[in-house]
Design a protein around this ligand. Structure first.
Ligand code: SF4
Length: 465
């Protein structure tokens, strides 16, 4: 029996898809192509309207080519959010399983197989009370040399534009022992980079009353996980970031001097309307302390433009904020009014053409800042890990501590090197998103990577296994 998983959306979904693959392999399935698979699974994204559309289109595209006997299953956020109603949009769907149920995927597929012929006219949605019961005990099998490790799920933050807490529920952190065991398993499989993710990374442990749990978890990981593996932090919420986090990051070489902290805006009044931390002095101070402790730190953030009521002056304040902080990497999104969120009901919604125009201005504003930050790397010697090879241009695509997988650019190296290989390169060229480097040294490999990684440059945010 074979399965095929298509993953849409964010890094948290990629981690869940790896868990789904691990459970299915344990149940006797093997990965296969869409044509040979007995079960097609789409791990959907339900965050924004555009992501929902992409998920439904992907499901329908697979549904149209579905062969007799094949099952089509929707997993992930869209399933969690809409449940059985998803079948109205995807007629070929056989099963719907949510984010809080995926650890039962093998039983669920068995149930779909055993359904009476006459019951198969409509997709079966796993009942909402069948929640994940073994989420903390699923062993991990990595799909490449870089792996996401989800340390918590759900979110307890009050952001006015976000639907995630409504369908993922409040934050639930994994116990430190579980995170450590997962990390050890990944390292034993030859993983070179572990990316710690959660909806709100810095809230780790708050659900059991620990106010600064992330630095403590990092200390445990540093003590108990051996091997020359990189640890990278993504999705840090500004309200819960502390000086101790900076101190722990700076002290341990294996924790990348890189932080992804989505800030969403740079004007205090817009941030207040977003119900987000809005004390900009605190945010400035935090970045200042980070750069004092780690002068080479690479900072990434995301912003939303065109939030309801955003005036030209507030937008200009965002641009000024970008200039003042000088982020290395910035992602900009236009506001999308999500049904059921307070932000969708706010007055003074911004016309689409204004949102688009502000998006273009914000992107253009960041361009010279990003280039200057990249040019500051010229002449540096950096260690990189190889992601893949661009045969057309004869270039190896690698990343240093400054580039996170999927969202940032590459260090481009002439020639072909193996995925998962570590190289030392001297930086010889800089562009706003990518760097160029020349190999100074190759590092002997301890363990081969789990699977030779094949990467698709146009598949940002989408990974198939
Ligand atoms: S921190 Fe805010 S934006 Fe992020 S998942 Fe939680 S509620 Fe949504």
């Amino acid at each position: 029996m074979k399965y095929h998983v298509v993953t849409l959306g964010c890094a948290k979904n990629i981690a869940d898809s790896e868990g789904i693959g691990t459970l299915l392999r344990a149940a006797g399935y093997e990965p296969g192509t869409p044509d040979e698979a007995d079960v097609l699974i789409v791990n959907t994204c339900g965050f924004l309207q555009a992501a929902r559309q992409e998920s439904i289109e992907t499901l329908n595209a697979l549904g149209e080519r579905k062969k007799p006997g094949q099952l089509l299953v929707a997993a992930g956020c869209l399933s969690e959010r809409y449940g059985a109603a998803l079948a109205d949009e995807v007629p070929a769907l056989d099963g719907i399983i949510g984010t809080q149920q995926w650890t039962r995927i093998a039983d669920f597929i068995q149930q779909l197989r055993e359904r009476e012929e006459e019951a198969r006219w409509r997709a079966y949605a796993m009942p909402p009370d069948a929640r994940n019961h073994v989420a903390d005990s699923v062993s991990r099998r990595a799909e490449g040399h870089s792996a996401y490790l989800k340390i918590a799920d759900g979110c307890s933050a009050p952001c006015a534009f976000c639907t995630i807490p409504s369908f993922k529920g409040p934050q639930r952190s994994k116990r430190p022992g579980t995170v450590i065991r997962e990390a050890q398993e990944l390292v034993a499989q030859g993983v070179q980079e572990i990316v710690l993710v959660a909806q709100d990374l810095t809230a780790y442990g708050r659900d059991w009353g620990e106010t600064d749990g992330l630095p403590t978890l990092l200390e445990h990981l540093m003590q108990e996980v051996e091997g020359d593996v990189w640890f990278r932090l993504m999705y840090a919420y500004p309200g819960h970031a502390t000086e101790r986090l900076i101190e722990v990051m700076a002290r341990h070489e294996r924790i990348c001097n890189y932080l992804d902290m989505p800030l969403q805006h740079g004007d205090p009044n817009v941030l207040k309307r977003m119900r987000r931390p809005h004390k900009l002095e605190r945010i400035y101070r935090f970045f200042e302390q980070m750069r004092d402790a780690m002068p080479d730190v690479s900072l990434r953030t995301t912003f939303i433009v065109g939030y309801p009521g955003e005036t030209e002056e507030e937008f200009q304040n965002l641009l000024d904020f970008m200039s003042a902080v000088q982020f290395d990497k910035v992602g900009v999104f236009t506001f999308s009014p999500e049904p059921g969120t307070p932000a969708a009901e706010l007055p003074d919604q911004i016309p689409e053409e204004v949102k688009q125009e502000r998006w273009e201005r914000a992107m253009a504003h960041q361009q010279p800042i990003a280039l200057a930050r990249q040019e500051a790397q010229l002449g540096r010697t950096l260690e990189v890990v190889v992601d893949g090879y661009d045969a057309e241009n004869g270039l190896t695509l690698a990343r240093s501590y400054r580039e996170a997988p999927e969202v940032d650019g590459y260090v481009l190296v002439r020639g072909q090197y193996d995925p998962g290989e570590r190289l030392t390169v001297r930086i010889t060229g800089a562009m706003p998103y990518d760097l160029e480097g020349r190999v100074v040294k190759r590092k002997p490999r301890r363990t081969p990577p789990p699977h030779p990684a094949a990467i698709s440059l146009d598949a940002i945010g989408v990974r198939e296994s």
